[in-house]
Design a protein around this ligand. Structure first.
Ligand SMILES: [Zn+2]
Length: 107
């Protein structure tokens, strides 16, 4: 039943989890693709700095209220569902060791 997202969609969606604070007020829900959960957007109260287009910005990226990871996407950014968050988890966390190797040298 669930249409699988293409890998390129999942890559594009990963960027949604950065510099996303401005979407909180226009969202009902937020989802985390680390712990694969959906919760009210207002539950997000912690934010971390992120490097956006080469410059660090303070408190711009949502941290999950449950697992504390910066892998939160608001429903104003993307339609949220648990199967989709599960696909994201597979893509980004199950493969995180490999991803680090691939992007090595950018630290
Ligand atoms: Zn989480």
């Amino acid at each position: 039943m669930t249409k699988r997202q293409s890998v390129s969609d999942l890559h594009a969606a990963h960027d949604l989890a950065r510099d996303n604070r401005t979407f909180q007020t226009s969202s009902q829900d937020a989802g985390c693709f680390c712990c694969v959960s959906i919760f009210p957007a207002q539950k997000v109260t912690k934010w971390c700095p992120d490097k956006i287009q080469g410059r660090w910005k303070d408190n711009v990226t949502a941290l999950c209220p449950y697992c504390g990871v910066d892998s939160v996407i608001f429903d104003a950014q993307h339609v949220l569902s648990l199967p989709w968050l599960g696909d994201m988890e597979q893509q980004w966390f199950s493969l995180i060791g490999r991803r680090k190797e691939i992007s090595d040298g950018k630290a």
